[in-house]
Design a protein around this ligand. Structure first.
Ligand code: UD1
Length: 336
């Protein structure tokens, strides 16, 4: 029985990944500082899997606490989700983002080097591509200058891991996520945005639920068929499963280089208006929305070419956009 450390394991993508890990028999230990997650998620994970993961409330910026943890635990791999992720906030407080997202990563990698722990999976983002010159976006697309400190932490994070892999023989995979949405079928875990949601789908579901008065569609003058921006929305359970595939690739030593990166999306782009229509159809809810100005920093269009991920990770998405939107709505309804 292998033990996997999941940092940020009580967060949105982390919690769904813990469930998938437990479902196939891994022992899971979670580190989370609860800064953007709720301790109840731990019980809800146990309700789904019938097994409570070990949990440690640790702020990974605290190097001493990180060292203490590794003194007491032998782990066979690490999936590292713990990070700040609000783009706008990162522009206002860049140092918090660099300290947390980069500092925590460095502390983990130092322990891995010193204790000869291998197999590291990193949460990266399609934001590293900026507005790609060609669509769909392949892994060959160049990295563009980051639009925000948040985006920069993902680029720098990948660089740090790449250098560490080279110097210290570590094996790592960065997964460049497109837009994760939806919730677990059990409706026991899902997305829990703090305050006013910044991302589209939680804003949509909260508007349908009457918590928000109106959804603002950020711009309809983009160079796209209906003028609204296009993204690749992937069901969070499909995304979670990509982590399992990546982990198994490392554990089975099937990786081709000691640092690899893959696009994790569906391969299909949807515009904001298409999402609104698809949500209304899937849930029979009517959405109150209006068109407003573009949001600063948004790109026109981003969707993945998943050919390499499909082949190398032996992984593909199984769920539809409709299922993802339905599950997001079911989750929202369950919050009452
Ligand atoms: C955003 C981040 C991205 C990050 C990801 C993490 C920015 C510019 N990008 O992606 O770096 O990795 O979140 O979750 O913030 N929209 C509306 N109305 C809303 C909210 C969103 O029209 O109230 C539109 C946006 O303009 C965009 C699309 O919906 O076209 C998706 O937005 P969002 O869910 O915030 O994701 P990204 O911006 O793609």
């Amino acid at each position: 029985m292998k033990t996997i450390l999941v940092t940020g394991g009580l967060g949105f993508i982390g919690s769904h990944t813990v469930v998938e890990l437990q479902n196939i028999g891994f022992d899971v230990v979670i580190i989370d500082d609860l800064s953007n997650s709720n301790i109840n998620v731990l019980n809800n994970i146990s309700k789904i899997t019938g097994k409570k993961p070990n949990f440690h409330k640790i702020d990974l910026r605290n190097k001493q606490k990180v060292q203490e943890f590794f003194k007491n635990y032998t782990v066979h791999g690490i999936i590292h989700f713990a990070a700040f992720k609000a783009v706008g906030e990162s522009v206002i407080n860049p140092l918090d983002y660099y300290e947390n997202n980069i500092g925590s990563l460095v502390h983990l990698l130092q322990e891995m080097r010193d204790r000869k722990i291998d197999n590291f999976i990193f949460s990266s983002s399609c934001t590293v591509y900026g507005q790609a010159d060609e669509l769909p976006i392949t892994e060959k697309a160049p990295i563009k200058p980051a639009e925000s400190p948040y985006g920069n932490t993902k680029q720098i994070g990948e660089e740090i891991i790449k250098d560490t892999c080279k110097a210290n023989g570590l094996n790592a995979i960065a997964l460049r996520y497109f837009n994760p949405i939806g919730a677990h079928d059990s409706v026991k875990i899902g997305e829990l945005p703090l305050g006013v949601p910044q991302n589209l789908i939680p804003y949509v579901t909260q508007t349908a639920a009457g918590i928000r008065e109106q959804l603002s569609v950020f711009g309809n003058d983009y160079d796209t068929p209906d003028g609204t921006a296009i993204r690749d929305y992937i069901h969070v359970v499909d995304l979670a499963k990509a982590h399992i595939s990546a982990l198994q690739r490392l554990l089975n030593k099937e990786n081709k280089n000691n640092f690899e990166y893959f696009n994790i999306g569906t391969g299909t782009g949807s515009s904001v208006l298409e999402i609104i229509k698809a949500f209304e159809k899937a849930t029979t809810q009517k959405l109150n929305y209006k068109i407003v100005e573009r949001r600063e920093g948004d790109v026109t269009s981003a969707y993945a070419d998943t050919t390499i991920a499909n082949k190398e990770l032996n992984w593909k998405t199984e769920k539809t956009l409709e299922e993802a939107l339905k599950s997001a709505w079911k989750w929202q309804e369950n919050q009452k």
